[in-house]
Design a protein around this ligand. Sequence first.
Ligand SMILES: *[C@@H]1O[C@H](CO)[C@@H](O)[C@H](O)[C@H]1NC(C)=O
Ligand SMILES: *[C@@H]1O[C@H](CO)[C@@H](O)[C@H](O)[C@H]1NC(C)=O
Ligand SMILES: *[C@@H]1O[C@H](CO)[C@@H](O)[C@H](O)[C@H]1NC(C)=O
Ligand SMILES: CC(=O)N[C@H]1CO[C@H](CO)[C@@H](O)[C@@H]1O
Length: 512
Amino acid sequence: MWISGRPGVSMSRIAIVFCSLSFIFLIWSYGIPHYSASSRYPGPGEKVVDPEEYTPGQFFARTTTTTESSFGAATGIPKPRPETSGEEDPEILEPTPTPVVIPPAVPSTKSCLTAKGADDIMVVLKTSATEIYDKLPEHLLTLFQCTPHYAIFSDLDGVVAGHKVYDALENITAETRAKNKEFQYYDKIQEYGAEGQQLADLKGEGTKNLDKWKFLPMVYRAYRMQPYAKFFVFIEADTSLSWTNLLQWTTRLDSRIPIYAGAPSNIGSIRFAQRGGGLLISNAAAKLYATAYDQKYVGKWENRTATECCGDVMVAIALAEAHVEFYSAFPLLQGETPATLDWTKRHWCAPVVSWHHMSPNEIDILWNFQQAWTKKNGWQTPYLIKNAFSEFVSPRLSPSRSNWDNLSQDHKITRPADDEALGEGTAWYKLSDADKNSTLSFDYCKATCASYADCLQWRYKTGECALSKVIKLGRRVTGENAESKSGWFVERIEKLTRSWEPCEEPSWSFNQ
Ligand SMILES: *[C@@H]1O[C@H](CO)[C@@H](O)[C@H](O)[C@H]1NC(C)=O
Ligand SMILES: *[C@@H]1O[C@H](CO)[C@@H](O)[C@H](O)[C@H]1NC(C)=O
Ligand SMILES: *[C@@H]1O[C@H](CO)[C@@H](O)[C@H](O)[C@H]1NC(C)=O
Ligand SMILES: CC(=O)N[C@H]1CO[C@H](CO)[C@@H](O)[C@@H]1O
């Protein structure tokens, strides 16, 4: 026996170890079953907690009957214990989330390079010299390994890790450069570049304001570089693009129709595609645009750019002048991350082509997921919002998570700090007792959520309880928000998402 061969291992020590293990197991088995009890879904007419009877680790001990309720009309309100007497053991309440492990699955880059439709797409990434070393490498290692045609535009001409980077601002007229003070930063970037200095030091408002000037020349030049591309996709450095879903989407579209599509947004009367979700422009649209650009850029569009807030708005203005119509491609192209998206029935069966506000870290996770996806499902099956949910969200939902803001915000209850704002006639005064109590503790907040049949998640911080009937993951918070603590009724969420199944067909539809 290997044990007896070791010094210092005696039967009594083994006995001690055995006893400790049994003890740990006892505690563990005592704690575990209560998690699911606490997230039990009390549907209409079903039994629900009376948290009065609450004992640690057993939140929903005794049950009473509730009726269907919704925000603002709570009935059968449970009365939780105040936080002071018996906080649940955070060790027990907060099991470590199941890590999302995606085994490395690297289909040969050859298959992604030659996937159907790959040769027809031109992917264009826009960045700035001030962030290029932080954000470009991830794209070079992932997406751009798969795109036969791509270009990178910045505010400095050069080569990064062997890849050509174009300066989108090189032909801005001297008049415009003299009139708009952000171009002082453009000159600085050129200087730093020439001297080999730390371009990241120039990061700030000044260089950020240069961004809007890049769009029109970039779209034009991309078309001139690759005039036979059927579709042009313009993304930002913090956009995550699904190559397989993009290809499956564009092969269903007719590039001879002028299409300008993206995640819609409005400024005044102008409807435009938000830059972060990506802009999809068909060949026919790009051709119309290029013709108009030749006539209008210098005399008109460049001047107009000075007065518009943003480059993506300017693209919409220019395309409208080129007689290209805008189509909303939401939720295929969209501006959220898996942490901030509303996971609703409406989008459940839609494929996701883009995510925005993604760190290189998150882009990488998504990329690995998609590699595994195409390896398993080939290049003709899109991954849907629901697949992203089961991969990135559902394993992370739990009855309680500290330092976490789940973005619950349908119904936010804040106890005013000023006592005068509590009296008769105030907004606070009109709240139900359950709503008022929800601001007392995490458990009260949870109980108030439980009392609303459609409440799925809650977030508590001192004096504030926020409830939500929309599923959102949220993220870890630091600094002054670090005390936020969130929770989800996992079984309610499971029941709800199950009711959205099955997805008959991926819904590729998008409209004007
Ligand atoms: C609110 O809290 C108070 C004090 O803890 C308690 O007496 C009351 O029953 C609670 N009401 C509800 C509706 O939970
Ligand atoms: C700037 O002008 C030159 C010469 O016409 C042209 O080759 C180049 O593509 C232009 N650059 C951009 C970003 O439009
Ligand atoms: C741009 O607008 C200014 C007035 O705002 C005008 O003086 C200038 O001539 C215009 N430039 C061009 C190229 O049209
Ligand atoms: C990190 C974050 O976005 N937190 C938000 C969570 O929800 C509350 C309430 O709506 C917001 O005020 C926070 O900004």
